[in-house]
Design a protein. Structure first.
Length: 211
């Protein structure tokens, strides 16, 4: 289990990670860090750093770095007029979402600045030229079809054998939520034969790389 003080900080941070799913995310990352020691971890989609506290705590427990990938401009559904818009993350100088200051503040408050490195940019562009194999990959970035597909294609091969791919917002039932993470990440991962599901908690799916 994550340190209770860090858990409190995660729960006080803006974002979209329910507590039980965050706890499951922490367990999955620790499991990955134990089965593939010394390989670093990546989170795609950090927003204000809520889920990053759980994964960063796991990375620190395993003695590795967590790269937190986000352009910090918000996803489609975070923009003004959409369901998940929050005007407190809009930079008044530009009128655009900028979650990087919130993210940095969360990492400082949680004492995870030595473990978590912010990587700011487009996830598919960064993933395409990424050079390190990973023990743990968590995909929770854009939920549009093209972006979800691009994230899967750019990142999944970086997961080492016995490493873990965790995917958030996987809904098999269209009435429960958008289908992009399910259809463009989860299903392709399973049908590739490279990943096997080991657990599901809420909309969080945890897959292990098997070949
Ligand atoms: N994991 C966070 C929520 C992430 S919300 C939590 O649990 O609280 C999704 C994030 O993905 C947003 O911060 C958005 O800026 C980022 N994002 C969306 N599309 C992206 C892209 N193509 N490249 C980089 N980041 C992206
Ligand atoms: Mg999510």
């Amino acid at each position: 289990m994550i340190d209770p003080t860090l858990r409190e900080i995660a729960l006080a941070t803006k974002g979209f990670m329910p507590p039980e799913e965050g706890d499951a995310l922490f367990e999955a990352a620790v499991r990955a860090g134990k089965s593939v020691p010394s390989l670093n971890m990546v989170e795609v989609g950090s927003y204000c750093g809520r889920s990053t506290v759980w994964v960063g705590a796991a990375a620190r427990a395993c003695g590795v770095t967590l790269y937190a990938v986000d352009h910090h401009g918000g996803s489609e559904e975070n923009q003004r007029g959409w369901e998940w818009f929050d005007d407190t993350v809009v930079d008044p100088a530009t009128g655009r979402i900028n979650t990087l200051p919130f993210f940095t503040e969360t990492m400082t408050r949680s004492g995870l600045t030595d473990t978590v490195r912010a990587v700011v940019g487009d996830s598919a562009v960064l993933g395409a030229t990424w050079a390190e194999s990973l023990s743990f990959l968590f995909i929770d970035g854009g939920h549009g079809r093209e972006i979800a597909r691009a994230d899967f294609l750019a990142w999944h091969e970086h997961v080492a054998l016995d490493g873990v791919l965790a995917i958030h917002d996987v809904f098999t039932d269209p009435s429960a939520g958008g289908q992009a993470p399910y259809e463009e990440i989860y299903l392709p991962a399973i049908s590739s034969g490279k990943f096997r599901e080991v657990s599901a908690t809420g909309s969080l799916r945890v897959l292990v790389r098997v070949r």
